[in-house]
Design a protein around this ligand. Sequence first.
Ligand SMILES: Nc1nc2c(ncn2[C@@H]2O[C@H](COP(=O)(O)OP(=O)(O)O)[C@@H](O)[C@H]2O)c(=O)[nH]1
Ligand SMILES: [Mg+2]
Ligand SMILES: [Zn+2]
Length: 310
Amino acid sequence: MNESREYDGRVIKSFGKRFIVVTPDGTFDCEMRGRFRIGTGAISGPVVVGDHVTISVENPPYGAIESLLPRRNKISRPDISRPGKEQVIVANCDQLVVVSSVAQPKFKQRAIDRFLLSAERNEMDGVVVINKTDLATTGAHLRLAEIYQSIGYEAVLTSAAQGVGMDRLREIVRFKTSIFVGHSGVGKSSLLNTLQPGLAVATGEISDSTGRGIHTTTAVELHPLDFGGFIVDTPGQRVISMWEASVEELPSLFREFGPYLGNCKFRQCMHIGEPGCKITEAIQQGKIAPERYDSYLRIHQSLLDEKPEW
Ligand SMILES: Nc1nc2c(ncn2[C@@H]2O[C@H](COP(=O)(O)OP(=O)(O)O)[C@@H](O)[C@H]2O)c(=O)[nH]1
Ligand SMILES: [Mg+2]
Ligand SMILES: [Zn+2]
């Protein structure tokens, strides 16, 4: 009889009923034990990419998923084939790395803020990367970085072209599971390839000239980093862009509004200029950046118009 060994691992890829699991002792091709498919209720597919699992291995490289560890968070979308149910796309993502550029294309702060709302909503940390600092002619990007740092987001200035800020970025993604997002042309592929040669190709990033990527399916994959950590494949960008925040929850997604919420004169204050608004007061006192409030107002309006502008 073969001896069975147990490993802790992470699901990095799935094909139907098969799961590729990486462990400190190698990569295994695993099936689920039958009991996991029983009584799974509202979720379709109890094990998803990103899950931490324990596996047993009798005949390497084949194994079986024995248990599923609790998920810290998940990114899901409505399940097309089962109305009203959610489909979990990927679990346990630590951070959303929002890439923008100083010029070509010039940064659009509202785009950064929208991506950060997705991070907040999916319980991920937001990281702001401002790339192409070699093209800077003013100090506007420095002010931008300061704004995000003051709110509590990690913000890093990079030049993929000149190798500036790459050590810092490497530290930020190391041992974490990160999703890179940002508009086409800002330098995502360049940054990924600088972090690890070939990474942009592996994630399908290279053909992202349309901003849509080559993927026709929404299969998500985790790409291991040689120095520790994972990069989530780019379909995540479209998945997470489908956030549907309500006007009511919008204020709570702006981190720096937190301390002031609930104290406005009107209980139903939307913070759009009502008298006695504590958010307005905080802006006047220099405690909330007017640039962020401007984003708030515009996003608030676009939600009312039901025209999220991506
Ligand atoms: N000047 C400058 N150009 C850059 C930098 N990073 C990327 N680029 C260039 O910007 C263009 C778009 O980069 P790419 O990585 O394909 O962007 P992506 O669409 O976000 O993946 C390419 O021509 C890159 O060579 C940078 O730090 N400085
Ligand atoms: Mg690209
Ligand atoms: Zn208010």
